[in-house]
Design a protein. Structure first.
Length: 472
């Protein structure tokens, strides 16, 4: 390497971060959330003045930077701010930087197929009488789509447009960037897509073409379209049912299900995989679900006979491991609230039981609670503060729905519907999306009020095949 180039690199490395242009960014400009504003690359301990301006009315606050030259502000987003565009400005040492932010209602992302064509639907969940409003519909072509996620700024949607071929479409909101559409290629056989809690990274798990599996990390915070495809990490083969991914609450570590009986930790900071950790009991061959709750990772495992184990791992200390089973036959696992704490709820519909496991102790809470036999789904609201949900149970000529409350573990009177209802799993959380979601007659996607159990139809085409839903 030429000595002049070495000198330039050395000089650049010696420049402190605060000597560069200050950087201003934000996350979660969504009603009901707390928007976080980050200003970094400033002089350590220097006072940073932040101004938010809308219609000529400024709001100013100031905080000193920490020892690393970073300062964070938090602002609760109120309903009246939805649809407004505000200007964020930060000044430190006479160096101003600014950008615009568009506040929005929580949104549901729904993907699925109509005939041979895949589609993405973006549905706004608001406080108006209409409650649900279709704000965007994008045709993805003759392919089978996977799920979709939003970036942390609320300006772009990342959707698996073709699971088999490994195509991810990045669609900018029409209000933000005129609806720009970009296509990224990832390894084929995409099993899942998720994002870090701050929405700065999008993770795509692909089984590959048989030679190996991969976790592709997309940079959802970059303003450079050519830098979206950040890194690809080679992993152990997923096997026929692997590829489920969850991300720790601090956004530093992901966990991937591989080969039906192992969880693989992946450091998103070092961008490397650790050693696989065995989960489940003897004879288990499928990881049916992965959940993160209160700093613990839970894996629900089983095989065809439905006998299941739950394995709990402390995210910060993976050597702290607990195993529950096989004395229950849990067919599904959900994270809810019980006695003011996060709990795992495992439904055994055939046996008429719900087993509750405290998330922090990784132990059962008393004896299983009795519910009517034949319940085939436990519905929970995306609102993490709601302590309760509903059970679905087949009945002559239709479906019975029973409200269930977890604090005292009480059941409401069954409400009968003269048509079949089945569970529509929804990923993500939002305090303002306080609904239960089901699929009704003719493939209609319906929202059910968690207390009255009244049904509202979403503005989506009926008979949407392979629907995947997330709340952002």
């Amino acid at each position: 390497m030429p000595r002049s180039l070495v000198l330039v690199i050395t000089l650049l490395a010696a420049v402190p971060a605060w000597a560069q242009e200050p950087r201003l960014d934000f996350r979660h400009p969504v009603v009901g959330e707390s928007m976080e504003i980050i200003v970094d690359r400033v002089r350590p301990r220097e006072m940073v003045v932040l101004t938010l301006e809308h219609d000529g009315i400024p709001l100013t606050m100031a905080e000193p930077a920490d020892a690393s030259g970073c300062v964070r502000f938090s602002i609760g987003v109120e309903p009246l701010m939805a649809g407004q565009v505000w200007t964020l400005s930060a000044s430190s040492g006479g160096r101003p930087v600014s950008r615009e932010v568009r506040f929005q209602w929580p949104q549901m992302l729904v993907t699925g197929s109509i005939g041979a064509e895949a589609h993405l639907f973006r549905v706004e969940v608001n406080a108006s009488p209409e409650r649900f409003r279709l704000v965007e519909r994008v045709a993805l072509g003759a392919r089978r789509a996977g799920a979709a996620v939003r970036d942390g700024r609320g300006t772009r949607t990342f959707v698996v447009a073709d699971r088999a071929a490994g195509v991810v479409s990045v669609i900018s909101d029409p209000e933000a960037d005129g609806g720009t559409f970009r296509t990224l290629l990832v390894p084929p056989d995409v099993r899942s897509i998720t994002r870090t809690p701050d929405g700065a990274q999008v993770l795509v798990a692909s089984a590959g073409d048989g030679g190996g599996s991969f976790l592709t990390i997309l940079d959802a915070a970059t303003d450079d379209p050519s830098a979206l495809l950040a890194v690809r990490i080679a992993l152990a083969p997923f096997g026929p049912t692997g590829g489920k991914v969850v991300v720790g609450e601090d956004g530093l570590q992901a966990f991937v299900a591989v080969q039906g009986q192992f969880v693989l930790p992946v450091s998103l900071l070092r961008q490397s995989a650790g050693r696989p950790i065995a989960v489940g009991g003897p004879g288990q061959d499928e990881i049916r679900d992965l959940k993160i709750a209160d700093g613990f990772l839970f894996a629900l495992t089983g095989r065809g006979d439905r006998v299941s184990f739950v394995t709990g791992l402390e995210v910060g200390n993976l050597g702290n491991k607990a195993l529950e089973g096989p004395a229950f036959a849990g067919s599904s696992m959900a994270v809810g609230r019980n006695a003011g704490r996060s709990s795992l709820l495992l439904l055994d519909g055939d046996g008429g039981e719900v087993t509750v496991i405290d998330a922090r102790s990784m132990r059962r809470t008393g004896q299983p609670r009795r519910v009517p036999a034949g319940c085939h789904a436990l519905l929970l609201s995306p609102n993490p503060e709601r302590s309760g949900g509903a059970l679905l149970r087949d009945a002559p000529g239709g479906t019975e729905v029973l409200a269930i409350e977890f604090e005292r573990f009480t059941l409401g009177a069954p409400r009968a519907y003269g048509f079949p209802l089945r569970e529509l799993p929804v990923c993500g959380a939002s305090r303002l999306v306080d609904w239960l979601f089901v699929i009704g007659a003719g493939g209609r996607i319906l929202a059910q009020h968690p207390e009255t159990l009244d049904l509202v139809e979403l503005p989506l085409p009926p008979a949407l095949a392979y629907p995947a839903v997330s709340v952002q």
